[in-house]
Design a protein around this ligand. Structure first.
Ligand code: BGC
Length: 452
């Protein structure tokens, strides 16, 4: 095994010069000293792995706290235990990781970085550039990750020629889950177009069932909204908005239509729309308090954990207008390099994560699909197979989730999510008002400056 202490700070200087957020600079200042001390101290300690060493333990920060998420974590923890490595759980509640990402930053700033963390999205690059992340090439290269992974996933976990995270699974976000018992009882079929959706919603309302489950929590509203943007105009326009932050795209009529669709859908939700965690909304669907629910397929993991079966009590179709597309969020675990004393155990975890049995068991529990381009299709239910087919079509059909950190950095995401939420809760706010605000956010944050 190569001791990487001296090789994994590539690009650190560049991030110092170009990094946009002050916490990174603060962190770098504070921790340079700590690492200098750590490295000097470690130099006197033998770093070769001792085969007789007592069981190692890895602290893992993540936000998987619901029933389905816990089942998926248990797959990882028990596989790790078979290797005599303890999974020390540091679960921070909060859908979409809002709490976890704050806690993680504080831990790192305090010099208490965990050994592993759920670190989704493009933020890898920043952390890796600071030399914080353990490079996993010694696992990825012999394991043939590049060949095994979907190209999109490979490029996500890859930073400046090095693998810096182990990918767990791919979530699809543009799902319309529906309560199959209610649909069967009322003789309804899952809507494939918005016109059909309106007809189905009308019938559900008439039968006394809330057509659409929805929380007013900001990230959940924005998750629905990004799906509507994709439905309105496909991945190319979606990317010009949320990846390129093109100000002109935010002023476009396609954006107006997606916003109007959000208002139309609001009328089909239970009023007032309350702020509730996503598992509660999933529960409403399971109990038949609402008949449809647009959510990432982690909701399917939840339904399965409660003992429900796909295509019996519930089923799923793509949100109208998005059948060909895949709005994705990829879950990944990154490892902090620290003083390298956990490197052997960390590499073992990375290796396990990418193994076929873990990919299969973890993703069945999580509701996601494997990051392998050729997974065991026979073990997938209809929702997973449809997710896999859409993702397999390639990047022209894929859209990286803004809300789940795949498209833009935290600053841009938070600013856009806040505006969309404001528009959702304030019925008096016009589309042109919010579009003006989004255009000016894009102008100030866009990488290309003034592109229109
Ligand atoms: C993550 C999922 C998680 C979901 C709900 C998403 O951002 O990718 O793993 O289940 O948030 O918290």
């Amino acid at each position: 095994m190569i001791d990487k202490r001296h090789v994994n700070n590539r690009g650190g200087t560049q991030a110092w010069l170009t990094g946009s957020r002050s916490w990174i600079v603060l962190f770098a200042l504070g921790c340079l000293l700590k690492y200098a001390i750590g490295i000097a101290g470690a130099a006197t300690v033998a770093s070769a792995p001792n085969p007789n060493q007592p069981a190692a333990a890895l602290q893992v920060v993540h936000w998987w706290t619901s029933a389905g998420e816990r089942k998926a974590v248990d797959v990882l923890a028990s596989k790790l235990a078979e290797e005599n490595i303890q999974w020390r759980d540091a679960a921070i509640p909060g859908g979409a990781g809002l709490g976890a990402s704050k806690v993680l930053k504080s831990m790192v700033l305090a010099g208490k970085a965990p050994e592993a963390t759920q670190l989704n999205g493009i933020v890898f690059g920043e952390w890796a550039d600071l030399g914080l992340l353990l490079e996993l090439d010694d696992v990825a290269t012999p394991g043939g990750w590049q060949k095994l992974l979907f190209p999109t996933v490979w490029s996500l976990v890859h930073n400046r020629g090095h693998v810096v995270a182990a990918p767990l699974g791919i979530h699809r976000i543009n799902n319309l889950f529906y309560n199959k018992k209610i649909f069967d009882r009322l003789g309804l079929t899952a809507p494939k177009t918005w016109a059909e959706f309106e007809r189905v919603a009308e019938k559900l309302k008439h039968a006394g069932v809330t057509p659409l489950a929805q929380s007013s929590e900001a990230w959940q509203v924005a998750t629905l909204f990004e799906t509507l943007v994709l439905a309105e105009s496909g991945p190319a326009y979606y990317r010009s908005l949320f990846v390129d932050l093109n100000p002109g795209a935010f002023g476009d009529t396609r954006m107006t239509h997606a916003l109007q669709r959000l208002r139309t859908l609001k009328a089909w939700m239970a009023q007032p729309v309350r702020e509730r965690p996503w598992p509660e909304m999933t529960r409403q669907l399971a109990d038949g308090d609402a008949a449809m629910f647009v959510m990432g397929d982690w909701a399917k993991g939840e339904l399965l954990a409660w003992g429900l079966t796909t295509d019996q009590e519930f089923s799923c179709v793509a949100v109208p207008g998005t059948a060909d597309y895949h709005l994705y969020s990829v879950d990944t675990l990154a490892m902090f390099a620290g003083d390298y004393s956990h490197q052997t155990a960390q590499e073992k975890l990375a290796q396990l994560i990418m193994s076929q049995p873990v990919q299969s068991a973890y993703n069945q529990a999580k509701g996601a699909i494997s990051v392998w381009r050729s997974p065991a299709l026979s073990k997938m239910d209809s929702c997973a197979r449809s997710s896999w087919s859409a993702f397999s079509k390639g990047s022209a059909f894929q859209a990286p989730s803004l809300v789940h950190r795949m498209a833009a950095d935290e600053t841009a995401k938070d600013a856009i999510v806040a505006e969309v939420h404001r528009y959702f809760v304030d019925d008096k706010m016009s589309e042109s008002d919010i579009q003006r605000r989004l255009v000016s956010i894009a102008r100030s944050l866009s990488k290309t400056g003034k592109q229109e």
